[in-house]
Design a protein around this ligand. Structure first.
Ligand code: VG1
Ligand code: CO
Length: 539
């Protein structure tokens, strides 16, 4: 039964860096999901006759949201939905499926690396036919619609059984429930040298892969243990759970504590890795050794020749401004294109579509290539394993040799979380004023070369975006400040510091960046304004 339902608009449905992310309880308010999804449909010229990919990372409220989306899609004349079995689907595979099925986009139900459960977060990432998340022009239009919406359309009916593979219908709408694991693995096999990887594990190479009770578990068990021959049990926390088993599914030094402990123990495996809630982030570890995501992007780019899909050459590489400049030096050495973008994967999409770049990455544990239009955690892990299989070197050797060749960008990020939004906005506004006076100023022996807003002019569509502030020093050091666009409570201030060193490449990172960090804190008056002596998370 087709029905039009009257509704009242919410005013807080503004998408951030990657979709709309809120507390689960916010999503559970009456009409909250309906309003948002109907607003997406309204803002893209309606969805009559269109098709979409639907799935999520398995967190609390995912399947409820999927049933609502099915009803809304049918009510708006959608022709077909392709849905992951049991509602499960990683963000990277959703991007691929948009292309494979030539759909008009996807809705992926995830709050990414944020915790899940009734008291955790939920979210929706909306991607277009490009395979990448909607650009700002579209998210702005959606936000406007969410503030004006008065009604939505749905077809009432029984919930769809999400466990049953194959075609079905809901009203006049077609639905296909698919298993996304084999398709994802087939994609990886087109890119990497699976024979070399099998040979590596056959020689006894030991891997520990932490799925953090999130989406990559079933993909990783099949790929690493069943197909590539890693020992049984190599994948830990491999069952996606609605609350991630209480874990914060963010693959970093703080939240992947169990894996870190294993990798630092006496009988540590050769290689450790973890991925986040929706499978787009990753972390790489060697024995008692952590690889920063900025270094990882540089090393991936430097070693493209070892990977069958890229051995003939790559177009170029891009990184977010907050990411260290390690990859810039690699791009220069290889004489390939190099771009610096605002934070968020959507800015890489135009660069990939126009063959300007093949690889891209962010300091926030994201890397990927033009095989899809999202970051891809398992892809990055396979890339590293492939380098190891071809070179026979350990993670530590690969990274140390890289530093010897290119110098080392000591790099750290400091997050100050749950700051009152007004305080955070004032801090940023005053900081901007202060930065305009900083040029030429000396801090110890360090002199400021430039300071101000980071502005990106998209070479493809001509759009201009400002994202945070950047201070550059004469010696190449950098400080970046920005407010997070993914938090669900208050504001998060991120401070990123980088210092290039060509001689002392084996020092402690925290010590090496300390002076810069002190400058960054003083300039922004962080303690005075936020009352925080220390960052809440340091990576
Ligand atoms: C953060 C990261 C950013 C990343 C985004 C989405 O955004 O800094 O690099 O692209 O999360 O990641 P912000 O605005 O909070 O700094 V995911 O794994 O949520 O898709
Ligand atoms: Co994610």
């Amino acid at each position: 039964m087709l029905k039009t339902v009257k509704t009242t608009a919410y005013t807080d449905q503004k998408m951030g860096t990657a979709g709309l992310r809120k507390k689960s309880k916010v999503w559970m308010q009456p009409n909250y999901v309906e309003n948002f999804v109907q607003s997406i449909f309204n803002s893209i010229g309606g969805v009559e006759g269109k098709s979409f990919i639907i799935g999520g990372d398995g967190r609390f409220y995912n399947t409820v949201m999927i049933q609502k989306i099915i009803k809304l899609a049918a009510g708006n004349g959608v022709k077909k939905l392709i849905i992951g079995q049991n509602g499960l689907m990683s963000t990277p595979i959703s991007s691929r499926l948009i292309k494979d099925y030539q759909t008009d986009g996807s809705l992926v139900l995830t709050a990414s690396h944020n915790p899940g459960g009734e008291n955790g977060d939920a979210g929706i990432k909306y991607a277009t036919a490009s395979g990448g998340q909607a650009p700002k022009q579209i998210t702005d239009a959606i936000y406007k619609n969410t503030k004006e919406i008065t009604e939505y359309n749905l077809v009432e009916g029984n919930d769809v059984d999400l466990s049953k593979l194959g075609p079905t219908t809901y009203g006049n709408m077609e639905i296909e429930l698919i298993d996304t694991i084999d398709g994802y693995i087939a994609m990886c096999e087109e890119i990497f040298d699976f024979d070399a990887l099998k040979a590596l594990f056959k020689k006894g190479f030991k891997l520990k892969f932490d799925s953090m009770n999130a989406i990559t578990g079933p993909y990783a068990v099949k790929l690493f243990e069943e197909i590539l021959g890693a020992e049984k049990g190599s994948v830990m926390n491999s069952t996606p759970l609605p609350d991630f088993g209480g874990l914060h599914p963010d693959p970093n030094l703080k939240y992947a504590a169990e894996l870190i402990k294993i990798m630092n123990s006496k009988n540590a495996p050769d290689f450790g890795a973890a991925t986040d809630g929706d499978g787009d982030r990753y972390m790489i570890l060697g024995r008692n050794f952590f690889v920063t995501p900025s270094d990882s992007l540089a090393i991936i780019t430097d070693n493209y020749k070892f990977i069958p899909a890229y051995e003939k050459g790559i177009f170029g590489v891009a990184k977010s401004a907050a990411t260290s400049t390690a990859v810039a030096r690699v791009a220069q050495a290889h004489k390939i294109g190099y771009y610096e973008t605002p934070t968020g994967w959507k800015f890489f999409v135009n660069l990939m579509d126009s063959d300007r770049i093949t690889f891209c990455g962010e300091e926030s544990f994201g890397a990927g290539s033009s095989h899809i239009r999202e970051k891809d955690g398992i892809w990055a892990v396979l890339f590293w394993l492939n380098i190891i299989a071809k070179t026979g070197k350990s993670v530590e050797e690969i990274v140390t040799e890289h530093w010897q060749k290119y110098g080392r960008s000591y790099y750290m990020r400091f997050d100050f979380e749950e700051i009152d939004s007004e305080i955070a906005n004032k801090l940023m506004a005053d900081l901007q004023t202060k930065l305009s006076t900083l040029q030429g100023q000396k801090f110890g022996t360090n002199e400021v070369e430039t300071a101000g807003a980071f502005v990106y002019n998209d070479p493809v569509d001509g759009s201009s975006t400002q994202d945070g502030f950047l201070i550059r020093f004469k010696d190449g050091s950098r400080i970046v400040y920005r407010l997070s666009g993914t938090g669900s409570v208050g504001a998060t201030l991120r401070v990123y510091v980088e210092k290039l060193e060509t001689k002392n490449i084996k020092e402690d990172a925290r010590l090496m960046v300390d002076e810069l960090y002190q400058i960054a804190s003083q300039v922004a008056e962080i303690e005075k304004r936020t009352g925080k002596k220390e960052a809440d998370v340091t990576t």
